[in-house]
Ligand binder design. Structure first.
Ligand SMILES: [Zn+2]
Length: 390
């Protein structure tokens, strides 16, 4: 895991499943790593001073827990130093640009300091322990458009942007010269000539898009999302020239003004990407319902789902929004259990833990992903279910 100095780091990392997986696998040697989540939504807290007040109350809550805890002296000293680093991080100037939430993970004993800006709001929360809290990251990670491509096509220009940490980075900028004035050509000849040039230009842009899509898919290994911003009269020809890979990646089309800034382009693309995410979530739920109906490769409810997650069988964990339940974890092997008692594998003691955290940890650490859906979608499944790999 990369370990930037939180107080000085300017660019924080966007949440990807790869990153969440590395956070899930983390174990604090001293058992005292801090996880802190802060709701940055300006609609809720427009003033920075009020945000600071909320951050301080989280910090004070941690300090109080620490004072009352049974941690050893060295660990207490380390957590106190980390509480000071939270203040330093804030004083260094936390950017609220493009982020509605922030996650912060700190453990000076383990050399960990990671800040994650989130595209979604998170509820304020803080705690410390041997593992990092990753449950609140599920929805922001599932919603983050990180890596999505936005293609802007006009009759002379083709630009490709990639969404990186909430901003648009331009990766291709292609201009094709199309001369003005018909010279000695007849009007009809000139018209044909223009159409040929635009056609050639669109084919050229399409080849660039195809190359970028293939390279991005090779790199991430995941489905790629592509939004095309184009005038209606050019769309048919662009579609006709597009490869199967590009057509498969396109999640929607949009319009923008001629000289739109990257921020404006992102603004018109965002609803298209959000719509794609809603459709994907719906189709996942349908897959789960179909698998559940056939009783093949699906779990329903806490007992089955927690067990499948611990076995590494979960491909996709589905959680109802707002779900919470306490469960247990073996102090030795970490295996989760729903009921108190002893571990069936090693006979060790089980300690109380957060059920959602346990299910998410086990799923993500074993290579699965998770998503949050409206609670009523899972109302007859205790709010939890999963699609299984095997
Ligand atoms: Zn055990």
């Amino acid at each position: 895991m990369s370990v930037p100095d939180v107080a000085r780091s300017v660019e924080a990392l966007p949440p990807t499943w790869e990153l969440v997986r590395s956070l899930a696998a983390f174990r604090s040697s001293g058992g005292c790593a801090i996880s802190l989540f802060l709701d940055l939504d300006p609609a809720v807290t427009p003033r920075r001073s009020d945000l600071e007040t909320r951050l301080h109350s989280l910090r004070d809550q941690l300090r109080k827990e620490l004072d009352e805890s049974t941690l050893g002296h060295a660990q207490k000293v380390a957590v106190r130093a980390d509480l000071v680093r939270i203040d330093e991080w804030w004083q260094a100037g936390v950017s609220r640009d493009n982020a509605l939430g922030m996650a912060l993970f700190l453990s000076s004993l383990d050399g960990l300091s990671q800040a994650l800006p989130l595209v979604d709001v998170v509820a304020d929360a803080a705690g410390y322990g041997p593992r990092l809290r990753i449950g609140p990251l599920v929805e922001p990670t599932a919603n983050d458009p990180e890596g999505a491509l936005i293609v802007v096509v006009t009759s002379r220009r083709g630009e490709i942007y990639r969404i990186e940490a909430g901003k648009l980075e331009r990766v291709v900028d292609r201009h094709d010269q199309i001369p003005f004035g018909r010279g000695s050509r007849s009007r009809a000849e000139y018209q044909d000539h223009l159409e040929m040039l635009v056609h050639r230009h669109l084919k050229g842009v399409e080849a660039e898009v195809d190359g970028t899509v293939r390279a991005a898919q090779r790199r991430s290994g995941a489905e790629l999302e592509l939004v095309v911003i184009i005038r209606d009269e050019l769309r048919g020809e662009f579609e006709a020239a597009a490869s199967d890979e590009v057509l498969k990646a396109i999640v929607g089309w949009a319009h923008a003004e001629e000289h739109a800034t990257p921020a404006e382009l992102l603004q018109v693309a965002r609803p298209v990407l959000d719509g794609a995410r809603t459709r994907r979530r719906q189709s996942r739920l349908e897959r789960w319902r179909a698998a559940r109906a056939r009783d093949v490769l699906a779990t329903v409810g806490w007992e089955e789902t927690l067990e499948a997650s611990a076995d590494g069988r979960v491909e996709l964990l589905l959680l109802g929004r707002g779900l919470s339940r306490s469960a247990f974890r073996c102090v030795k092997c970490g295996r989760p259990a729903l009921a108190a008692g002893t571990c069936p594998f090693d006979g060790e003691q089980l300690v109380r833990d957060d059920g959602v955290e346990l299910a998410v940890h086990e799923t993500v650490e074993h290579g699965g992903t998770a998503d949050v859906v409206d609670g009523e979608e899972l109302a007859d499944a205790e709010g939890i279910g999963a699609l299984l790999r095997f």
